[in-house]
Write a protein that binds this ligand. Sequence first.
Ligand code: NAI
Length: 330
Amino acid sequence: MNSPVKVAVTGAAGQIGYSLLFRIASGELLGKDTPVQLRLLEITPALKTLEGVVMELDDCAFPLLAGVEIGDDPNLVFDGANIALLVGARPRTKGMERGDLLEANGAIFTAQGKALNDHAADDIRITVTGNPANTNALIAMSNAPDIPTERFSALTRLDHNRAIAQLSAKVGAPVSDITHMTIWGNHSATQYPDLFHAKVAGRNAAEAVGDDSRDWLENTFIPTVAKRGAAIIEARGSSSAASAASATIDHTRDWLLGSPADDWVSMAVRSDGSYGVAEGLISSFPVTTGDGSWEIVQGLDIDDFSRGKIDASVAELDEERTAVTELGLI
Ligand code: NAI
């Protein structure tokens, strides 16, 4: 048995937290040989709810759960953390402008970036799920100068998984047959789910879709994946939670333990300028991962259609970066 890994989760009393914590504690993040100690951060008014969640964690008697600590001070909760899953964020409320949202989240991710910088373990890996995830990750990264930039990432794995599910349903193949899916850009409605490099049982996805592939790609696949979050809210009355928790597990597990052989995953990471994405933006790319590192897959052909879609999403990320720069957050 390995020694316990400290996993910090923010927004732990929220919807995603309610699914995420139990899966981490059962061993789905790090495997059945690695005990975990949970360190849970919430805002003060939510601590009582969080105490109830901890009671339920206790009641599961998870053999791998080596302790739970909760609190409202990131400096204490992140102390010694090896993994930080930053889920908690300020939701957009009625009448809130985009700038207000960036500012409210900026305050959260500035403080959390500093606390991680000062208190996390040397091997810290950080995944931001809370929206706007890419720019929140950029803010945290910019406020943690002592943590290597490649330790920060934002979640686009839910979009990736949604894209796989849509293609699987369209061609009638099991999800396990779908490989080489890519989400480019921002985790927002401008994201670009790229079918051109995807494969179905090793065969080019466009060929597998058949004659209407172009029409399906432009008019069904891309809008369905990009607007899936809104469709879930419409159907369920609240936003995706279990699927977001599942994607947060997939993303972080693959980062630490390795993406599948002969395949890649989508992850928003700091751009090094690959594929013309402005350097320094946290943008989604196809990556291979393992052992806590990632590498952007190089050499993919990008046609004019894909170029336009990637550029549009990256332009949005650039605008968000300008806005948070003007607010003095990075
Ligand atoms: P929720 O509102 O149920 O829970 C959020 C929790 O965060 C609340 O308990 C709140 O008290 C807490 N929180 C707020 N500020 C905090 C702070 N400074 N420190 C610690 N905790 C804090 O929301 P839910 O459904 O769990 O979603 C969480 C976030 O994940 C949202 O921003 C949502 O938009 C985002 N999300 C991202 C997805 C992705 O694919 N990247 C998919 C689905 C949701």
